[in-house]
Design a binder for this molecule. Structure first.
Ligand code: SF4
Length: 382
């Protein structure tokens, strides 16, 4: 027994405390212009027996950890002394061991199935895998996976219901946009109609649905249409969650090359927030949790439930735009530096004064510049 099992590269931010079980490798589509996560990597289905062997390995690690806990007088629970022992002992210098330790420390109740679209495998195989997780870890309450709309659309409601009955509780879909010209431009490989059909099937099966949207993905050209069309598609689906992840154009992606050659003109931070405002304003008739849980979002505090929190969400955005231009720049610098998470942070005088001093220094040394290019300020002075 080598106490290790395979791990893929990513998981959604909301799955930070989940055990990661790799069901497939990489992405079956792998063409989205803004994405580089699996570039150059071939998509592969892992044999079900290999995935189950990994689950068994995780279970063996958990059993070993409980033995350690008893030895340390912790009654089988993975508390701080057990974590300290594991992280401080060379013999446990192993990513899988540490992952299971951290997972159990945080309750051991959720599992995320990697990689980008594991629902694509045969339904009976996924049912088998999910049931095996429940058998080996009866305390697990949530089992979740990424899935492309294209894949969800091809599953029947009966198949999705079988997955729910086996224990699959939530599907995360990277919708990105509900605007067909944008989806085509970024080579998403799914249309608005695919998103609607796939999303509605998941909702109907009773599996919780989380849709990721990327404000700014249509750049200057499609900003308004991106907001309106994406709201329309979300309204049709009525997912449990909408997760906002503002666009960042990553070096090495096709979108980055298109930005360099002028084919794609990105929005600045403030225009992205304007787009988000238009999007939220047009969400209607749904019961959905809006979540802004990504570091790329300027306003991370945009969290609330529709319909009741709509005015509150729009009010947060309006409060940002009611700030003076300097305060908006200062907030953006603070946010991008990771020292601000909400607008109230502007009242922390020491941090505010330090950021304001930076902005003034930049303006002194760059006469004529308003200072709106916050990345130049960050790169020059911080
Ligand atoms: S489907 Fe997802 S993982 Fe695959 S290329 Fe597109 S964004 Fe990346």
């Amino acid at each position: 027994m080598d106490f290790s099992f395979e791990q893929g590269p990513i998981r959604p931010p909301s799955e930070a405390r989940s055990l990661l079980i790799r069901v497939t490798r990489n992405c079956p589509w792998n063409k989205c212009a803004f994405c580089h996560t699996y570039r150059g990597q071939k998509f592969e289905l892992r044999p079900v027996e290999d995935v189950k062997a990994d689950i068994q390995e995780a279970r063996d690690i958990a059993d070993r950890m409980r033995e350690i806990s008893w030895r340390l007088g912790q009654g089988g629970a993975v508390r701080r002394p057990v974590i300290d022992h594991i992280y401080g002992t060379d013999a446990f210098h192993n990513d899988s061991f540490r992952q299971v330790a951290a997972w159990l420390y945080y309750g051991g109740e959720s599992v995320f199935l990697q990689d980008a679209d594991s629902v694509i495998i045969k339904t009976e195989d996924l049912v088998d895998i999910v049931a095996f997780i429940k058998e080996k870890f009866p305390a697990v309450k949530e089992i979740t996976s990424y899935c492309r709309s294209h894949t969800a659309r091809r599953k029947s409601i009966e198949e999705l219901s079988m997955l729910r009955e086996a224990g699959l509780t939530r599907i995360h879909i990277g919708m990105e946009s509900g605007c067909d010209p944008v989806l085509k431009f970024v080579k998403k490989g799914s249309t608005a109609a695919d998103h609607i059909e796939g999303g509605k099937k998941i909702v109907e099966s009773g599996i919780s649905l989380s849709e990721y949207v990327i404000p700014g993905l249509g750049g200057e050209q499609w900003s308004r249409q991106n907001a309106l069309d994406t709201a329309r598609v979300i309204n049709e689906i009525n997912p449990d969650y909408v997760r906002i992840r503002s666009l960042r154009v990553i070096r090495g992606t096709t979108l980055h090359a298109m930005m360099k050659n002028g084919e794609f003109r990105p929005l600045d931070d403030e225009d992205v927030v304007r787009e988000i405002r238009l999007f939220i304003r047009n969400l209607d008739g749904i019961e959905t949790q809006i979540v802004s849980d990504h570091v790329l979002n300027l306003l991370e505090e945009l969290n609330g439930r529709l319909p009741e929190d709509k005015d509150k969400l729009l009010g947060i955005i309006d409060r940002f735009f009611a700030l003076s231009e300097d305060d908006r720049i200062i907030y953006r610098i603070g946010r991008r530096r990771g020292v601000y998470t909400r607008l109230d942070d502007l009242s922390r005088t020491k941090t505010y004064d330090a950021l304001k001093a930076l902005l003034e220094k930049y303006r002194r040394e760059n006469p004529g510049s308003p200072g709106g290019d916050i990345y130049k300020i960050i790169d020059s002075y911080i």
